[in-house]
Design a protein around this ligand. Structure first.
Ligand SMILES: NC(=O)c1ccc[n+]([C@@H]2O[C@H](COP(=O)([O-])OP(=O)(O)OC[C@H]3O[C@@H](n4cnc5c(N)ncnc54)[C@H](OP(=O)(O)O)[C@@H]3O)[C@@H](O)[C@H]2O)c1
Length: 320
């Protein structure tokens, strides 16, 4: 199976290493890589882990035309505003009849229904396991293990930065100091307001609702409140009472409508939804036939994001 990567940053490099480590059992070949500033690399027999980049292809269209992969993997940075240019990259790959995998939640949060329909018409697969909870099975768990199920709602504490900030505040630090700590750990972006004000959680909420509840939502349509209103004193008082603040994503059906919100909730520290620390995550799905089931992921890193791409690729390879 020939694979082309659009983006070769942290995730792309971890994914290439993973493929290399499993090369005997899974004969996948990365035949082309396209980046923003480093240029383009192509080799039909397969690229090494540190490829030599030449001049960039003129466009994704040209890149895919020349490299002719079976599967394109979209791993460019998230644009939380409108999901571009990743949405355009995915549409171009589908137009070429190429299967697509992405770890970029922008396209799922902004254009899932359209991309799913384009892929269906072109008879290609479109997969996105790593977009929520890194590589832990969320979408593929439902796809493979819960046939016939209807998802009535979901609850998840899915933003790592806000968890690290609340933890720091419970130890007496300010929100800003908590943010610096999260940045030092490489978890928060330079502009952490995306996490603190709930936009990251809103993007994940929209993505989950679009896939599981056919919600046609965007992050802006999620009712959203971040953790900024809490003071260090409040968080410390709560900690003394055995409680904490958790930035919760919730989706629920209400008749024909889907209600989505992200807001801080005060929970007992022993509450299942409050027990995952730092980058660890928990997501519960409320279903009609299986009650509430969920996924927990303990301290995932970029290798787990790469594994999510790999699991999608293995799945697609069965149909290529
Ligand atoms: N890091 C994680 O653990 C993690 C977890 C879950 C999901 N994700 C998602 O995975 C995606 C990739 O993350 P990352 O950490 O690998 O990002 P990254 O390290 O910033 O790498 C991004 C790559 O995309 C390339 N790129 C940027 N704009 C491009 C464009 N218009 N066309 C082609 N290539 C372009 C960059 O090129 P240059 O190298 O030339 O700059 C770079 O190679 C993001 O959407 C992220 O949200 C990441």
């Amino acid at each position: 199976v020939k694979v082309a990567l659009i983006g070769y940053g942290n995730v792309g490099k971890a994914f290439a290493k993973l493929l290399y480590s499993r090369r005997n059992a899974y004969p996948f070949r990365i035949v082309a890589i396209h980046t923003a500033r480093h240029g383009t690399a192509c080799a039909s027999k397969g690229l090494p882990l540190t490829p030599e980049f030449a001049a960039a292809a003129d466009s994704i269209d040209q890149f895919l035309e020349v490299s002719r992969p079976d599967v394109a993997i979209e791993i460019t940075p998230l644009n939380p505003e409108d999901g571009e240019p990743a949405i355009g990259h995915i549409k171009t790959a589908i137009k070429h009849g190429i299967h697509v995998i992405t770890a970029n939640k922008g396209p799922i949060a902004h254009a899932y229904a359209e991309l799913r329909e384009l892929a269906r018409r072109a008879q290609v697969e479109f997969r996105f396991e790593s977009t929520v909870m890194d590589g832990a099975p969320v979408f593929n768990m439902v796809r493979h293990c819960l046939p016939g199920i209807q998802i009535m709602g979901f609850t998840g504490c899915l933003n790592s930065t806000s968890k690290l900030v609340v933890e720091a505040m419970s130890r007496g630090f300010t929100l800003e100091e908590g943010v610096k700590e999260a940045q030092a750990q490489g978890v928060a972006e330079a502009d952490a307001s995306f996490d603190i004000d709930g936009w990251d959680s809103a993007a994940k909420t929209a993505a989950l609702a679009n896939v599981f509840m056919d919600a046609h939502a965007t992050p802006a349509m999620v009712e959203r409140e971040g953790i900024r209103k809490f003071t260090t004193e409040q968080v410390m008082d709560l900690a003394r009472e055995g409680k904490t603040v958790a930035l919760m994503s919730r989706g629920e059906r209400a008749g024909e409508k889907v209600i989505l919100h992200v807001k801080p909730e005060i929970l007992a520290v022993t509450d299942l939804l409050a027990t995952t620390r730092g980058t660890s995550n928990v997501l519960l799905l409320h279903t009609d036939l299986m009650g509430t089931v969920g996924t927990v992921s303990i301290e995932p890193g970029v290798e787990q994001t790469a594994y999510g791409l790999f699991s999608d690729l293995v799945d697609i390879a069965k149909s290529v």
